[in-house]
Structure formats: structure tokens, C-alpha cells
Design a protein around this ligand. Structure first.
Ligand code: GLC
Ligand code: CA
Length: 540
């Protein structure tokens, strides 16, 4: 039997380095801290660790603004620590992915410092520069919007008397990937980490890298996408054909190396568009599908979305599933703080066909930490969202301050939740619920959400059907019940408010909430889910 590539059936755990574990008492998480907590990730049953950026950076966007792709930020440790992290993950039989911010650098990167200094310097063309419109060129070159949609993507530089493009925030200038020197320099940094043994990369806003070379205006067509209002259709700035080609070029770099080195793109758009990044198995291996970040807690919604993902990513391609990350609300807050519902979502996340990602703390049911908006460190909150009109803010079910999802990991009920030593002030406050919601206490409670995650991940590892089996949604179920079959495994979840009876039964592998499995029928009470094995193997 030939083994399928590891990424097709892996499970991913996202570590936000600043908030995982502070090993030296400065209030900031660091690489030695992560290494010291790898056993937790291994015990959880995770197969791949994705570490958010820890490269040299002024930390205005907490690492998503890099000044040196081949150096580790001082507060996070050293290059040796990064190499040790790779080795320690491997020593535990897991894989590790780093986070590559290819679209932009920090404006403090030496390349940009040089680039902005004149129109003729050797780095002049390393970023996307354009003349403005109007008599004195003081109007932005075109109507392109930044990621936040409320501001132009262009920033004026009085020195060059030109505009530079920023898909994100003004201190994150977009690199000019049409310049072969840029491409070469960036690919060499990719090789730098591949040489050190990293198994792959999560690619930050990958779909935005290649914009239309002619700077054509985007059509103005307001709508709401994934919870965020958009004024323009980003046909010339997102998911372009040239960007698909870049996926293939990057894949070719990874394929210079032995073993499957994997690329997972942060991209935005409908699944039918996003699959183009995979090419014919010569592009990215995986792309994030973010619809689950804005789910409706509704069986029909899940059935429809899962069907859409599954149809667009036929095996050996894999859809991906994600409920939380460092940018978006915690799961539990989306379901009115109801842990029973968060548990049902965990069952779905870890039993559908595809690659699931778990954000640190999700496994213990961490919630958003209520913080005062005016204290926000998150640069989006403190700049852009500060100016969002109230009626728009009300329409967005999103949290506008990402700090709330980035507070320190809660390890135990001691001071600072075990993140930093007592007496130290962590970079963001610890959620006061840590006395109840923490790894140590939940590990000791058989019925905790942590133990549910562990059990689900174990069952997933033990059953090939859950790893690689096909998925078939079950029809003719009671209205609020979601059900699907993965070969010999059945998953049933009741997302409604009434008990529901289904005519399926089997051996219970995992259950959450109240479930009664009888002969020929199973009763699911509200907010319950069960994983059943329907074919009991014959004894030898
Ligand atoms: C991605 C990251 C986010 C970051 C942004 C700019 O969306 O997930 O945290 O702020 O890109 O790099
Ligand atoms: Ca530290």
C-alpha cells in the first residue's frame, strides 16, 4: 500500500509565539517557551505545528511586518532556538510549518528604507511605486483599497513624490514581485528555512501578491464578504492568474527539497476560485477556506458548506477547516458562550474530510478577552477600526480588536495562568477565566473540552476512514441534524433545540452532550454529537 503524502491527512495547531509561553519573564512569549510546551501539543495528538511569524520585526503588526526574513526577533530568541524548535518538533514525530509574509515587509526593512530614498536607487523598483493622479499627482494612482477596505491601498511619499502600495497597513509596503531580483531574494529566504528542515509554510495573504501590472481600477460593487464590507470587487488585486503562477514557482522551490514540503495559503474567495491555487498538483498543496469562521450554528448551513468544500476539493485534494485564528473571534463567543455548542463544533471540525486547524487555546475553550478598545495594541484596531462608523461596526459581527483573541495561553490556575512568572506583566492581560479554563485543570477532568479534543484527535489518528475516507452527507435526517458518513464511520450532530431520533446506530467512538444509542435508533438531545462505527470487524 503506498502511503499518501502526509499533508493530505494531517492536523494543524497554530501557535501565536507572543502568547504561548514566556520562558524568561519579560512578559512576551518566545521560542524556548514554545519548545518547552511541545509536549502539550504532542499529548493533544496534533501532527503539524504552525508557528506564526517570529522573524526580526518592529512588531507593529506583531511579526507580520518583517525586517529580516532570515533572523529571529530578539525578544523571541535566536536562530539556534528556531533550529532547535524544528528539531524538537521532529523528535516528537510531528511536522512544523513557519509563517511567510511574502506580500509586504515592514517599512523599516532596509530594502524599503533604500527604496523610498529616491527614484533611482538600486532598490527603487523593489516595491510597488506609482505616480499619483491629478495636477500635482496628489491623488492616489487608482481606486485600489487596503485590506480593511476603508482606506486607499496607496501611501504618499514626499521624498519620491510618488505613491507606494500597501495591501494592508501603511507600515507594510507591498513588495514588487514582478522584479526578478525581489523574487530571487525572497525565494532564497524560503530556501534558507527549507535548508534548516522546516516542513512547509503558511503563506500570509498569498492571494494579494500579484496585482494587475497596468494598475487597472477595480470595479465598484459594494457587498459584504466573510463578515467584512467591501466597496470594490478586487478582480485586479486578488487571486489573479499571475498569482496562481507564483504558487507554482514557489512550489518548484519546495520541490527542490526531499520530502513533501508543504504550502498552505491564506487566501480569500469562494472555494471554486481558491482551488485554482492548487494547479494540477503543481501549486500550493492546501488553501485555507475561511467560511467556517463565520458559520451559522445551523445544520443546513453546515451541510451546504461541507458539500461545497468537498465538491471543490476532490481527493487527493483536501479542503481545510478552521474555526478560529489570531485574527478572528473565538468559537465559544460565536455560540453565545455555550460550551456545549463549541463541543459540537469540535466534533464536526475533526471528523469532516479535510485538514483541520486548531488555534492555540481553542482546545481548552478559551474565549475572547474583553479589553478596552482604546488600549488596543492591534494596529488595525488602533488605526483603521477606530474610524469605522458605528453603523458599519454594528453590522460586522466581528471583533474589531484582535488583541481579544491573542491573550496569553492559559496553562494552569497559578498567577498569570503559568504564561509568565508571578509578578511579571504579560504583554496582554490574561483572561480572568483562566482560573477555570486552563490546561492543567482540564487535563484532570475526564469530561473537559480538552479531553474531547484529545479523544477526537486520537480517534482520527486510529481510523483511516477519518483520515482519508470519502465523505457522504446523509439525507432524510430530522431538520436540525447534521449527518455524514466516512466509510464505516458515521457522524451525527443535533444543532437544534429539540431531541431528534435517527435510524442509525453503531459502536460509539466519541460522544458529546446527551446521546442515547439504542438498537436500530439513536436519540440525540440538543447540542449533542456522536461518532459511530457502523461495521464491527469480525474476530479472527
Ligand atoms: C494576515 C495575518 C494578519 C496580518 C495580516 C498582514 O491576514 O493573519 O494577522 O495582520 O495578514 O500581514
Ligand atoms: Ca519571553
Amino acid at each position: 500500500m503506498s502511503e499518501s503524502p502526509w499533508w493530505q491527512s494531517t492536523t494543524i495547531y497554530q501557535v501565536y509565539p507572543r502568547s504561548y509561553q514566556d520562558s524568561n519573564g519579560d512578559g512576551i512569549g518566545d521560542l524556548p517557551g514554545i519548545i518547552g510546551r511541545l509536549d502539550h501539543i504532542q499529548d493533544l495528538g496534533i501532527e503539524t505545528v504552525w508557528v506564526s511569524p517570529f522573524f526580526a520585526s518592529p512588531q507593529l503588526d506583531f511579526g507580520y511586518d518583517v525586517t529580516d526574513y532570515e533572523a529571529v526577533a530578539q525578544e523571541y530568541g535566536t536562530l539556534d532556538d528556531a533550529v532547535r524548535l524544528i528539531d524538537e518538533v521532529h523528535a516528537r514525530g510531528m511536522r512544523v510549518m513557519f509563517d511567510l509574509v511574502l506580500n509586504h515587509t515592514s517599512d523599516q526593512h532596509p530594502w524599503f528604507q533604500r527604496s523610498r530614498s529616491s527614484r533611482t536607487n538600486p532598490k527603487a523598483d523593489w516595491y510597488i511605486w506609482a505616480d499619483g493622479r491629478g495636477k500635482h499627482g496628489r491623488r492616489p494612482p487608482n481606486n485600489w483599497k487596503s485590506a480593511m477596505e476603508f482606506t486607499s491601498a496607496w501611501q504618499y511619499s514626499p521624498i519620491r513624490k510618488q505613491w507606494y502600495m500597501c495591501s494592508f497597513l501603511p507600515f507594510q509596503p507591498d513588495l514588487n514581485w514582478r522584479n526578478p531580483e525581489v523574487k530571487e531574494a525572497m525565494f532564497n529566504s524560503v530556501r534558507f528555512w527549507l535548508d534548516k528542515g522546516v516542513d512547509g509554510f503558511r503563506l500570509d495573504i498569498f492571494g494579494q501578491i500579484m496585482k494587475d501590472a497596468a494598475l487597472t481600477n477595480n470595479p465598484v460593487r459594494p457587498r459584504v464578504y466573510n463578515g467584512f464590507p467591501r466597496m470594490t470587487e478586487r478582480v485586479h488585486t486578488e487571486n489573479t492568474a499571475d498569482n496562481v503562477q507564483l504558487a507554482k514557482d514557489l512550489r518548484a522551490v519546495c520541490d527542490e527539497y526531499p520530502g513533501d514540503r508543504v504550502l498552505l495559503g491564506e487566501v480569500f474567495g469562494p472555494p471554486s476560485v481558491l482551488r485554482s491555487f492548487l494547479g494540477d498538483d503543481d501549486g500550493l498543496q492546501l488553501v485555507f477556506l475561511f467560511d467556517f469562521l463565520t458559520y451559522k450554528y445551523d445544520a443546513e448551513w453546515f451541510a451546504r458548506t461541507i458539500a461545497e468544500f468537498d465538491r471543490n476539493f476532490p481527493a487527493p485534494q483536501q479542503p481545510t477547516y478552521v474555526l478560529e485564528n489570531h485574527d478572528r473571534s473565538r468559537t465559544i463567543d460565536r455560540v453565545g458562550g455555550d460550551p456545549a455548542k463549541a463541543r459540537v463544533l469540535a466534533v464536526i471540525l475533526l471528523t469532516v474530510r479535510g485538514v483541520p486547524t486548531i488555534y492555540m487555546g481553542q482546545e481548552i475553550g478559551m474565549s475572547n478577552t474583553p479589553l478596552r478598545f482604546k488600549d488596543a495594541l492591534d494596529p488595525i484596531a488602533s488605526s483603521v477600526f477606530r474610524r469605522v462608523p458605528q453603523f458599519v461596526a454594528d453590522r460586522m459581527s466581528e471583533r474589531l480588536n484582535r488583541d481579544e483573541m491573542r491573550t496569553p495561553m492559559q496553562w494552569d490556575s497559578s498567577a498569570n495562568a503559568g504564561f509568565s512568572p508571578a509578578g511579571v506583566q504579560p504583554w496582554l492581560p490574561v483572561n480572568p477565566d483562566y482560573v477555570r479554563v486552563n490546561v492543567a485543570d482540564e487535563a484532570a477532568q475526564p469530561g473537559s473540552i480538552l479531553n474531547l479534543y484529545r479523544q477526537l484527535l486520537r480517534v482520527r489518528r486510529e481510523h483511516q476512514s477519518l483520515r482519508t475516507g470519502s465523505l457522504a452527507l446523509l439525507g432524510a435526517l430530522p431538520p436540525d441534524v447534521l449527518g455524514y458518513r466516512r466509510n464505516d464511520i458515521l457522524v451525527l450532530a443535533n444543532l437544534g433545540e429539540q431531541p431528534a431520533v435517527v435510524r442509525y446506530t453503531g459502536e460509539v467512538l466519541v460522544e458529546t452532550g446527551q446521546v442515547a444509542v439504542g438498537s436500530g435508533r439513536t436519540t440525540l438531545f440538543p447540542d449533542s454529537a456522536v461518532v459511530l462505527r457502523t461495521v464491527v470487524p469480525r474476530m479472527a
